[in-house]
Design a protein around this ligand. Structure first.
Ligand code: FES
Ligand code: FE2
Length: 340
């Protein structure tokens, strides 16, 4: 048994949340969404990710780019959150107009202005397996280096031929770390997820940390009665701080976890399916959401305890919660020097 190195207050303190955005979420890649949504020249999509309003747009030259969705005049959103197709992007406030490569094309009636200095602020963007990732830190490692062990782990699970099914978002009343503490351990599975536990062989789950705990892989074997839908083998993985996915022969789900203040989080998932029928797809999609809701339900009660101010520190099992300790070490290493 070890004591958690993260104090309960780090799950509730707004200054810790602010430090985490600067040092953890800015420095890492975040899942933005499916690449097929921005496939055509002129297609754009805007969303707020980890508190940063962003635009991802496909230029007429076919190049995918990302920008802060902040007009260089006085900061209005250049486009509303959502999606569209455009020749140019025009801010609705005073009409400043940008090319899809971010260059400022027009600043009506403004007077003298160095247009080259007032393009949209770029954000890094890269793709892997049909997923768009973004990173607001120009100095961060590139996406493939950041993914580390993940492409190799996923190699037995091809997803190219799968069909996109849909997306869902669930808001949780818990700090993002409360949810990630839960995500990296298998201890809770039989208690919180009875249907999921019934679908896999509990004795055959192997949980393996990679890259110092930045990635935690769950290798699972589905029971024979459900295996005709999914295939026999499955992979669930988490990548610090806010990306996780599940893969099998017939399903692929990618999820973004993001903080919403100190006491909230947002989980957004995108789902693809392989060769299974419509009823099985509908069931699999609803089930994926139910699993997220089961986790967020118990996490909300943990968060309530942490916010009550009576609970100093969790205790962790060396047997089954070693990856929670690794997760705490990553958080501590990132912000331990700047918060107390
Ligand atoms: S804030 Fe965009 S044109 Fe003024
Ligand atoms: Fe869970």
């Amino acid at each position: 048994m070890t004591a958690s190195i993260l104090p309960a207050a780090w799950y509730t303190d707004p200054s810790v949340h602010a430090a985490e955005r600067r040092t953890i979420f800015a420095a890492n890649w975040a899942l933005f969404g499916p690449e097929h949504e921005v496939a055509a020249p002129g297609a754009w999509r805007a969303a707020c990710v980890n508190g940063w309003p962003l635009i991802v747009a496909r230029g007429r030259d076919g190049v995918l780019r990302a920008f802060h969705n902040a007009c260089r005049h006085r900061g209005a959103a250049v486009v509303p959150d959502g999606a569209g197709t455009a020749e140019q992007l025009r801010c609705p406030y005073h009409g400043w107009t940008y090319e899809l490569d971010g260059a400022l094309a027009l600043a009506p009636r403004f007077g003298p202005l160095e247009r080259a200095d007032h393009g949209l602020m770029p954000v890094r963007v890269a793709t892997w397996r049909g997923l768009v990732f973004v990173c607001v830190d120009a100095a961060a490692q590139d996406l493939m280096a950041w993914l580390g062990a993940i492409p190799g782990l996923c190699a037995p699970f091809p997803t190219d031929a799968m069909d996109y099914h849909g997306t869902f978002t669930v808001e949780g009343r818990a700090n993002w770390k409360t949810y990630c503490d839960n995500t990296v351990e298998g201890y809770h599975l039989p208690f919180v997820h009875p249907r999921l536990t019934g679908a896999v062989d509990p004795a055959a789950i192997r949980i393996v940390p990679h890259d110092g705990g930045r990635t935690v892989a769950f290798h699972v074997t589905y029971r024979a009665d459900g295996a005709e839908l999914r295939g026999r083998e499955g992979l669930w993985f988490y990548r610090f701080p806010g990306f996780q996915a599940t893969l099998s022969a017939s399903a692929f789900k990618a999820e973004r976890i993001e903080p919403v203040g100190a006491g909230g989080l947002r989980s957004t998932s995108w789902q693809w399916f392989g060769a299974i029928d419509g009823a099985a797809r509908a069931d699999g999609f609803a089930w994926a959401r139910a699993i997220v809701e089961e986790d967020l339900g118990v996490c909300a009660t943990v968060q309530r305890t942490l916010e009550a101010g009576v609970f100093a520190r969790a205790v962790l099992s060396d047997e089954v919660e070693g990856n929670v300790a690794l997760f705490h070490r990553l958080v501590h290493d990132a912000i331990g020097g700047i918060v107390s």
